[in-house]
Design a protein around this ligand. Structure first.
Ligand code: ARG
Length: 592
């Protein structure tokens, strides 16, 4: 929704002097000025990309609503707006269509200059916004279990978002808020000691999943074992050095397991980004007393609760968020409150982005509300929950192994490599083995990431190997292949001139040039709202438009300034694809 994105951008850029504007911003500003001049003060322009070639490149849809408000004939208002509209040097044709749409055809020379500027700029012509110190919190698995598919989406989406924000020049802090505290550690400790493995933690945990399962079996079958487990929990919470030392080993071994996954995925999470729930333990009593001082805490028969009027229970009562249990224990929310304080006071963050499953939406809304009210998060520190849906199997149910168990992430990524290897071997049997393996890894991981990122994150999505590994359609292999095809052009020429001018003569050239010039709007939009599928759709469109251009406008058979210009469009296409995929965390290959 361009309009929404635009509003947010406007409010954020109030202090900054906008020397350059994205095309969308520019058209929007000029159109709103024209609306004002035509008597529709403050009416939104509602600029969108045109859906069809004959409607130009952009269209303004705001006139109809504005006319309705003014009780005016929309076409009449549209005529006044167009008369007042100054898009000299930007558009070369402006038309009124239907009930009052305004179609804008961009000027070819304007597009050519923008694309030339982009080619010379390491940020592809994207104007960097004022830099913010921000955090992307993602992955955040609960430890003591191996990572499973449930952790995949947060890890992939969060990493891509961090990359986009970094590209825009922000100071990005990556955070992995792992669940490293809780009663399961008592059970694991009891099992470790019972099996005589206290001096051999790494070995005992080489298969974390089995270890956890066996411990759980013992817990369920033996009253004695369960009691011992509970005793270890108490000792752990009291800070008993022996139990604490074992717990630390559990944590480190699990983090090392997770690190293997991050490395395989090529995700930018490292040990230093881990700050687990346990890091906030010491602050939790302070959270409680500060909430008390802020008069937000109610004592409900020994349970400490914050009641929130704006959240209603089914009985239409103010909803209570438990901060401390009767037995003194703290909750998930208490830790998250402490983390927000830390992020504000110690890190001075201006925007905190939580990439977490949509099922935790209410938790985050309540958390943010409490922190605002208590003054732990001032108004100029943005708090955002970037929610996502569940990964489903072909049967439309949450993704499981054939036997119904959770799918380990390590196995899933191995399978991606294997499947891609089979494909690559079929396509290019003559390639040397190590090359095949490398291509397979880049394609396999790329496919898994892209399948996730290319779907609107808020909906559930169906995980399907065949479609994600297809070389046709909106997939990673298609885009990676498109990139190598563009690059292959440059291997056939020895006269590429990086300073050549761009000339836009044919419709296919214009369409590609318009799309290339939109990179900036797309990336800024993604940074605002975290919808990475907009970037995916965009890259797919670029690849498609390039194919059309390549067919309609021969490069190798052309000559002189036309050939030089077409090579420039090809060069910008390649760089846009490569940069865009890199922002998604997907590698490209020069040949495949
Ligand atoms: N460890 C949690 C889970 O696996 C996710 C943590 C999300 N982040 C947060 N700050 N609460 O469900």
């Amino acid at each position: 929704q361009p309009k929404v994105v635009w509003d947010e951008m406007r409010s954020r850029s109030e202090q900054k002097i906008r020397m350059f504007m994205t095309i969308l911003q520019l058209i929007n500003d000029r159109m709103e000025a024209a609306l004002n001049a035509a008597g529709a003060q403050g009416a939104p322009a509602i600029i969108q990309l045109s859906s069809k070639l004959e409607f130009g490149d952009y269209q303004a849809n705001g006139v109809m609503a504005a006319a309705k408000n003014l009780r005016m004939n929309p076409r009449e208002l549209a005529q006044k707006v167009v008369a007042a509209l100054d898009l000299k040097g930007v558009a070369n044709k402006i038309e009124i269509a239907g009930p009052g749409f305004i179609n804008i055809h961009l000027d070819s020379a304007f597009l050519a200059r923008r694309n030339e500027t982009a080619l010379k700029d390491e940020h592809l012509g994207v104007t960097l916004p004022p830099p913010l110190k921000l955090m992307v919190e993602y992955s955040s698995p609960n430890l003591a279990k191996e990572m499973h598919v449930g952790h995949l989406r947060s890890t992939i989406i969060g990493d891509a978002l961090a990359r986009v924000l970094e590209f825009l020049g922000h100071d990005v802090v990556r955070a992995n808020h792992v669940g490293d505290w809780g009663t399961q550690f008592g059970m694991l400790t009891a099992y470790l000691l019972e099996t005589g493995n206290a001096n051999n933690v790494a070995m005992a945990l080489s298969d974390l999943e089995t270890f956890y399962r066996n411990a759980k079996v013992r817990f369920d079958e033996s009253e004695d074992f369960a009691n011992r487990s509970r005793d270890y929990v108490v000792r752990l919470q009291r800070g008993d050095p022996e139990v604490l030392a074992l717990w630390r080993q559990f944590v480190e071994v699990s983090i090392a397991h997770a690190q293997d996954i991050y490395d395989k995925l090529g995700v930018g999470l490292k040990r230093e980004h881990v700050r687990g729930e346990s890091a906030y333990n010491a602050d939790l009593p302070m959270v409680v007393s500060d909430l008390q001082d802020a008069a937000l805490l109610s004592d409900n028969d020994g349970t400490k609760v914050v009641y929130l009027e704006e959240f209603r229970t089914q009985e239409n009562q103010a909803m209570g968020v438990i901060i401390q249990k009767k037995d003194g224990g703290y909750l998930y929310t208490t830790t998250d409150i402490s983390a927000i304080r830390y992020r504000h006071r110690m890190l001075g963050l201006q925007r905190v982005i939580y990439v977490v499953d949509a099922r935790q939406s209410q938790h985050f809304q309540q958390l943010f509300t409490i922190c605002r009210r208590a003054g732990f998060a001032p108004a100029d520190m943005a708090l955002e929950h970037i929610a996502f849906g569940t990964m489903m199997g072909d049967d439309g149910k949450p993704f499981k192994t054939r036997s119904g168990g959770v799918v380990k992430l390590a196995d899933l990524l191995d399978e991606a490599d294997e499947r891609a290897y089979t494909l690559v071997s079929q396509k290019n049997p003559e390639l040397p083995e190590d090359k095949k393996r490398h291509i397979a890894h880049v394609v396999g991981i790329g496919a898994v990431k892209y399948a996730d990122l290319s779907k609107s994150r808020t909906s559930d999505y169906i995980f399907n190997w065949e479609s994600m590994l297809s070389f046709e359609g909106n997939t990673a292999p298609y885009l990676q292949y498109a990139y190598t095809r563009v690059q292959s052009v440059f291997r056939k020429v020895d006269d590429y001139d990086a300073d050549a001018s761009i000339l836009i003569l044919e419709p296919a050239e214009k369409q590609l040039a318009v799309a290339l010039a939109q990179f900036e709007d797309v990336v800024l939009g993604v940074a605002e709202a975290g919808y990475l599928h907009h970037l995916c759709q965009y890259l797919y469109q670029i690849a498609t438009l390039f194919s059309r251009f390549y067919e309609a406008c021969p490069i190798l058979k052309s000559e002189g300034a036309v050939r030089a210009s077409r090579l420039q469009l090809a060069a910008l296409t390649a760089r846009t694809l490569k940069t865009g995929l890199d922002l998604l965390g997907i590698e490209v290959l020069e040949e495949m």
